[in-house]
Design a protein around this ligand. Structure first.
Ligand code: ADP
Length: 231
């Protein structure tokens, strides 16, 4: 599936908006933070130190959200380093294991070739894999409870490329969803942002790779990433 120029423009614009908002909102947040710090002794004298603590925590949370959004909507040029894809995947999947366990889902990982090297930005590719695994977990949660949810992750070499495969046996997608899933802001979830896949697409493209999807409603979905390998 090719992402159109229009979608890329939309994402580029989103990045600019995010940067502008982050800048404009961070400044007032910084002053609020400063003044709350100054008020703190007075609030303490009134026995309301708890309020100061809550305000500061919430300001920090708002800052974190802005930072996250900025990061995810505007992937910078990849800072590439040669890494073993195996190591990266094991790290990411360790992060997802507890989440999967809670949902009664199993993650299986298979590396078909030892020491496959790729030139990648670790942080960005980790983000892509996390997005795919989280989506897979969501697609599995929508199935019934007794259902044995399963995510298969595999890496292998295909020609000059390294392939990363993420397959789930979740609810799958209909044609309509398939046609739009890489669109910025396209989501079918109540609390979704619709940014995960459009950002992932962009990251993979910036690495000179491709991302493809194959899905059957009621059966599951497979995402296949190709990245140029390094010998
Ligand atoms: P979000 O997860 O916030 O909705 P994404 O861009 O990551 O945003 O995904 C867009 C949409 O693509 C999801 O709302 C969902 O409908 C669909 N989707 C993505 N991955 C899967 C999957 N593994 N199984 C079923 N549907 C999926």
């Amino acid at each position: 599936i090719e992402q159109s120029a229009y979608q890329n423009d939309k994402l580029a614009m989103l990045g600019k908006i995010a940067a502008a908002i982050a800048h404009e909102v961070r400044n007032p947040l910084t002053s609020i933070r400063g003044f709350i710090q100054l008020l703190r002794p007075h609030l303490e004298a009134l026995g309301k130190e708890e309020y100061a603590r809550i305000i500061l925590t919430e300001i920090d949370r708002a800052n974190d959200i802005i930072y996250e959004f900025l990061n995810s909507s505007k992937p910078s040029a990849p800072m590439v380093r040669k890494v073993a894809i195996d190591t990266l995947l094991r790290e990411v999947l360790m992060l997802s294991d507890s989440e999967a366990l809670m949902k009664g889902c199993q993650i299986h990982y298979e590396s078909y070739e030892e020491n496959l090297q790729v030139s990648i930005d670790m942080k960005q590719i980790k983000q892509v894999i996390l997005n795919l695994v989280r989506n897979a977990l969501d697609a599995i949660s929508d199935m019934n409870e007794e259902y044995g949810g399963r995510i298969d992750v595999a890496t292998y070499k295909e020609g000059e490329n390294v392939v990363i495969l993420v397959r789930d046996n979740g609810k799958g997608m209909d044609r309509q969803t398939l046609g739009r899933l890489f669109d910025p802001f396209f989501t079918t979830k109540e609390a979704g942002t619709g940014l995960g896949l459009s950002v992932s697409y962009r990251i993979i493209r910036n690495h000179g790779g491709t991302i493809r999807v194959d899905s059957t409603p009621g059966e599951g979905t497979a995402f296949k990433i190709h990245l140029p390998s390094v010998s």
